[in-house]
Design a protein around this ligand. Structure first.
Ligand code: ADP
Ligand code: ADP
Length: 218
């Protein structure tokens, strides 16, 4: 599982803005597709359609799983909850029993390299570590499709490079299908198995390029 398919997708908002036109995009398990393109070309709209938060005006968006996680640029951690309690949040909302939640939160924090930081409050963590908590929170639901809305855009350069490696490692080991939005072509090429290039007004995918390197890389 982990197939995501856009077929003839158009999106026009009530304001009359046509954000997307004739979008065809297929993701299979094992794909990590990055979307690059200028501001306002419809990248976030595409991702929101993938998550099911918005419906297309015409066409279809089909996912073969509802185990979909979303990672945003702003980790929005709850400042009064420890790292563990923040990670447990999504699982709590899904009604996961307490014992299982505890165990999975500890696992997820270990996976993102934060073993030993379980009891820290967000204010005690660095920017990169907060992003990792947010990653762990998304991982606890074992996503089969993982959507990324420019998650590292606000990080300093070094932390960003670290998080790219972290994400690449997670992709190799956790086995989700990835759809990743970024302004950065180098980030897209580094992380992805395929890069989809969008142009604006209205947003459409003008080119898809397989990344000509063996993936996963070491
Ligand atoms: P990107 O993520 O590439 O910057 P967006 O998907 O955010 O682009 O936006 C694509 C276009 O749709 C833009 O012109 C934007 O102003 C417009 N748009 C996005 N969301 C809405 C909305 N809720 N209502 C009206 N227009 C919107
Ligand atoms: P990153 O954000 O990618 O972890 P940083 O440069 O912010 O990178 O931190 C480097 C390392 O310093 C961290 O991996 C961690 O081991 C340690 N560190 C950072 N912030 C804290 C903190 N608040 N408490 C304890 N150790 C920290």
């Amino acid at each position: 599982r982990g197939t995501l398919r856009f077929a003839g997708v158009e999106k026009t908002f009530d304001t009359g803005t046509q954000a997307l036109r004739a979008v065809d995009l297929d993701l299979s398990p094992g794909d990590f597709v990055s979307i690059v393109g200028p501001s306002g070309c419809g990248k976030s709209t595409l991702l929101r359609l993938a998550s099911g938060l918005t419906a297309p005006t015409t066409g279809e968006v089909l996912a073969d799983t509802d185990k979909i996680s979303y990672l945003f640029q702003d980790p929005t951690l709850l400042e009064w909850r420890t790292a563990t309690k923040n990670v447990e949040l999504a699982a709590e909302l899904h009604g996961m029993p307490k014992e299982e939640r505890r165990r999975k939160a500890a696992e997820a924090l270990a996976v993102v390299g934060l073993a030993g930081f379980e009891k820290q409050l967000p204010s005690q963590l660095s920017g990169g570590m907060r992003m990792r908590v947010s990653l762990a929170r998304a991982l606890i639901l074992d996503p089969e499709i993982f959507l990324f809305d420019e998650p590292f855009g606000a990080l300093d350069e070094i932390t960003r490079l670290r998080m790219q490696d972290e994400l690449q490692r997670l992709f190799r080991t956790q086995g989700f299908t990835g759809l990743f939005i970024t302004h950065s072509v180098s980030e897209a090429v580094y992380l992805s198995t395929r890069v989809a290039v969008m142009s604006a007004r209205p947003g459409r995918i003008v080119r898809q390029i397989d990344v000509p390197f063996e993936f996963p890389r070491s």
